[in-house]
Design a protein around this ligand. Structure first.
Ligand SMILES: [Zn+2]
Length: 482
């Protein structure tokens, strides 16, 4: 059997004031996508599961993953879609990873656009299954175009690989003569991921219902997608999908039931971390008895499209006299250049941040000492192997009074302690660590003695009522009360 495989992943924030380019995706094409080492992600799970079968030949197409950010340039989207479709001929099935929340210029629902074209090219009888992120914004039509879909079951996402495995297993089930039917239901709910972590609270209880359902005979998989709420597109919300081994009525009834339960509990989804407005969050962190507090700047989270140049939390820290604090990282190429020109140990006066997200931030004038200049090269996991190298350009550390500020020439997403350590920053040696993040990634969470979330301004503001939605269908909870 010949099976088309590929992966295109992007979470597009329509409030982010810049476009995402083809280069941002680091695309690989054709056979290069299967060259080792294949990462331990959904695509890795798909490939490993299919390769374990002696009777499968993989037909590679494209893999492309970009950091969450602004809407994708139309030309970049067409290039990636074209690469997937070009490989899609003479195959017996297709198993694809798509993030599920990618938008392009003029295309609100790119996954549906890609999959509709793929279905047209492969015809009605070739099965297609997809793996998705939990923060996917899928439309109902997609459920009619593909044979099955499954989304991550954890946030933070620790089961990407297993989700790929499941998508591949569902495809093989169908190719081996089994049946698949899918139910799809959606509720009008803008739900930030920070209120839907799967290890605590209402989302944990909802995921228990999913697990119970998946244990029932006849159920192949069930998924809840809390969506990507920072997308001002009409058709958005929380989604329930149930796949059965052929019973369409059961699939739809169970999806409807999951969605109805979610809707009934909508007021129960709240922050699981202590959450406060910016000034209060800083004050609580400064007065905390713990040796170190992680204070998340949640409104400017690059993990959901934040520009990382909003200065509100930094301004509050300096105004309130915080010391032994590190802020990581603010994207400001001009400030990095100024610091490099001055040199290590020199004092500089400059304005930092507030140059990209001018709607939610403004440049902050500071005077400080350049503590460190780095080429910014970083090995994922802190392991010095060539394929782990991430090159994002120069990074400096500027010390302003008691606050170490990491300034980057490109947008950084700090997801693990080793990244900070590569810049000479030992996070647990600080009283306050301010990552540009919403909920902490697992590697940051496990070392954090206490975690506080600042409900801060920016394009990933967790209080969605503070953002200027214009296109989403109304009524929409919690923009409207109902
Ligand atoms: Zn996600």
């Amino acid at each position: 059997m010949k099976i088309l495989v590929g992966a295109i992943g992007h979470e597009s924030n329509t409030f982010t004031p810049f476009l995402t380019t083809l280069q941002d995706f680091h695309p690989r094409y054709g056979g290069d996508t299967l060259a080792p080492p294949i990462r331990h992600n959904a695509f890795g799970g798909i490939v490993a599961t299919l390769q374990a079968r002696g009777d499968v030949t993989l037909v590679p197409s494209v893999t492309a993953h970009a950091m969450p950010g602004g809407v994708v340039e139309r030309r970049a989207f067409e290039t990636l879609k074209g690469a997937l479709l070009e490989a899609a001929h003479d195959v017996d099935g297709a198993c694809i990873f798509l993030h599920g929340a990618m938008r392009a210029e003029g295309v609100d629902y790119t996954e549906n656009d890609i999959l509709t074209a793929l279905r047209a090219k492969l015809g009605p009888d070739v099965p297609i299954t997809i793996a998705l992120d939990m923060h996917a914004n899928i439309v109902a039509e997609t459920a009619r175009v593909v044979n099955a879909m499954v989304a991550y079951h954890t946030a933070p996402h620790d089961d990407a690989y297993e989700t790929g495995v499941k998508a591949a297993e569902m495809l093989l089930h169908r190719l081996d003569g089994g049946r698949l039917a899918m139910g799809f239901a959606k509720i009008p709910f803008l739900l930030p991921g920070e209120k839907a972590e799967t290890s605590v609270g209402a989302m944990r209880e909802m995921m228990q219902l999913v697990a119970d359902l998946e244990a029932q005979p006849g159920i192949v998989s069930a998924s809840l997608m809390n969506g990507h709420c920072w997308a001002d597109v009409p058709d958005i919300g929380v989604i329930a999908v149930v796949v059965t081994d052929g019973d369409e009525t059961l699939a739809q009834a169970e999806a409807d039931q999951l969605a109805a339960t979610f809707w009934a509990r909508r007021a129960d989804f709240d922050f699981h971390t202590e959450a406060y407005p910016v000034d209060e969050a800083v004050r609580v962190a400064m007065n905390a008895p713990e040796s170190t507090v992680f204070l998340s700047d949640s409104g400017d989270n690059p993990g959901a499209g934040g520009t990382t140049d909003v200065t509100a939390v930094l301004e509050s820290l300096l105004r309130q006299g915080a010391t032994n604090t590190v802020v990581a990282a603010i994207w400001d190429a001009a400030a990095v250049e100024t610091c490099i020109a001055a040199g290590v140990g020199k004092r500089v006066s400059l304005e930092i941040g507030g140059k990209l997200d001018t709607r939610h931030s403004k440049p902050l004038p500071v005077t400080g000492k350049v503590r460190l200049i780095s080429d910014g090269d970083y090995y994922r996991g802190g392991v010095r192997e060539p394929h782990r190298l991430v090159q994002r350009g120069p990074v400096v550390v500027l010390t302003v009074e008691g606050v170490d500020i990491v300034l980057s020439a490109n947008r950084l997403s700090i997801e693990e302690p080793a990244h900070l350590q590569s810049l000479g920053i030992e996070p647990l040696a600080y009283k306050i660590v301010v990552p540009k993040r919403g909920y902490l990634t697992t590697p940051l969470h496990v070392i954090s003695p206490r975690s506080i979330l600042a409900i801060s301004p920016g394009v990933t503001n967790c209080d969605v009522r503070q953002l200027a939605y214009r296109r989403v269908q109304r009524p929409m909870y919690p923009l409207d009360e109902f």
